[in-house]
Design a protein around this ligand. Structure first.
Ligand code: HSE
Length: 436
């Protein structure tokens, strides 16, 4: 059989890794795919030849549209990233009847509905395993491996850069900016690293997981997104004193009124496996009604781990080249006509426990006043610590854990606490999830 011809858009960290894996493991990949897979055409604005294998057999230019217009190409692999021109390139590739593999989570989260509809009409596949959690085959796990289940919730550490920063800050007391610069140098961070630290990258990935889990259209704009830039070292310490670790989690859950979709720093019990996922590693916990909780762990970023997922998709697409388009695995796990209109819940309706830290005047009645406000709001305190004032200080940190409560009630209580004379404005609030 003729080899399958791949056109590669991008020869950066992931593009270079993809070429290397395809060349290095070519014989084994052909045995798995049933056909030889070769990269014949690539487009990149800037790239370094050094370390790229088999580049002499690839026609390389700087015009990405020339690749998607090349009639010889069977599969276009989009590894440029970002919204545009990735969207235009992918839609053009589909229009030209080509299958597409992409690692672009921003593109899928934002324009996936449009892209999948176009692919469906044209009878081609758009595969995106590398878009979520790098090398971990989480898309395949949720879409295929757990297809028997009613998925109840997913909670994941799905941004390696953020996890790397939190881990280094906790273990080595390193400076936030210094760790971020290292993550950028290692090729983990996004082009705009605020996407990592402000949770946007995780929100892209969570949006995709929620659609696969619950059969809803992609709704990135409905995802509540809070980053890690306001986490202070003292919160990491207090969390540990209560027996918790702070992780930046993406959480999606089937709730009574709809689907929760939220990314924020979260306290989780330190005994949970996921609390011990450190560095650039990712982990995703999926709870299905039949299977129970399942945990997927691995490298969430980096050249070869991400290439592992990209190449797996290329192999999958190669295997399906001869299958009837109507009988392929649906893009969003559920048949296109079977997507549900379950709403994404407003954050006010989400119910969680909370960690609260405030700076209080060290005088009688302050703790009672705070406890009174929480009590009136029906919020029960689970644990509380008041630290001794530092030498010469008249204020003290007051930290507490609460039982579960609706976000709206907590917001109202925090406003009242911040209005107290004895409390410095700016109560720190971090949500707590027990994940049991
Ligand atoms: N910037 C991302 C991360 C890369 O740090 O996880 C992988 O999507």
């Amino acid at each position: 059989m003729k080899p399958v011809k791949v056109g590669l858009l991008g020869l950066g960290t992931v593009g270079g890794g993809t070429l290397n894996v395809l060349v290095r493991n070519a014989a084994e990949i052909a045995r798995r795919a049933g056909r030889e897979i070769v990269v014949t055409h690539a487009a990149a604005r800037e790239y370094r030849c050094e370390g790229l294998e088999g580049l002499d057999r690839v026609s390389v230019g700087d015009d990405a549209f020339a690749v998607v217009e090349n009639p010889e190409i069977d599969i276009v692999v989009e590894l440029i990233g970002g919204y545009s021109p990735a969207r235009e390139l992918v839609l053009k590739a589909i229009e030209n009847g080509k299958h597409v593999v992409t690692a672009n989570k921003a593109l899928i989260a934002m324009h996936g509905n449009e892209i999948f509809e176009a692919a469906q009409q044209k009878g081609v596949t758009v595969a995106f395993e590398a878009a979520v959690a790098g090398g971990i085959p989480i898309i395949k796990a949720v879409r295929e491996g757990l297809a028997a289940n009613h998925i109840e919730w997913i909670a994941g550490i799905i941004n390696g850069t953020g996890n790397f920063i939190l881990t280094e800050m906790r273990d080595k007391g390193r400076d936030f900016a210094d760790v971020l610069a290292e993550a950028q140098a290692l090729g983990y961070a996004e082009v705009d690293p605020t996407f990592d630290v402000e949770g946007i990258d995780a929100a892209h990935k969570l949006t995709i997981l929620a659609s696969l889990a619950f059969g809803i259209p992609l709704q990135f704009d409905r995802c509540y997104t809070e980053g890690i830039s306001r986490i202070e070292p003292q919160d990491v310490t207090y969390a540990e004193e209560f027996g918790y670790r702070i992780k930046h989690l993406g959480i999606t859950r089937r709730a009574e009124k709809g689907i929760e979709l939220r990314v924020h720093p979260t306290l989780i019990p330190e005994r949970r496996l996921i609390a011990n996922v450190d560095g650039v590693m990712n982990a995703v916990l999926v709870k299905g009604d039949a299977v129970g909780p399942t945990l997927y762990y691995g490298a969430g970023a980096g050249s070869l781990p991400t290439a592992s997922a990209v190449v797996a998709d290329i192999i999958d697409v190669t295997r399906t080249l001869t299958t009837d388009p109507e009988n392929r695995v649906p893009h969003l796990a559920f048949q296109p006509g079977e997507l549900s209109d379950l709403p994404v819940c407003p954050m006010d309706d989400v119910v969680t426990a909370y960690y609260l830290r405030m700076t209080a005047a060290d005088r009688p009645g302050v703790v009672a006043a705070v406890a009174g406000i929480l009590g009136e709001a029906g919020i029960s305190i689970e644990a509380m610590k008041q630290k001794q004032p530092a030498e010469g200080e008249s204020e003290v940190p007051l930290v507490m854990l609460t039982h579960r409560v609706r976000e709206q009630q907590m917001n109202q209580a925090i406003s009242k606490i911040e209005a107290l004379d004895a409390i410095r404005p700016g109560v720190t609030r971090i949500r707590v999830e027990r994940l049991n």
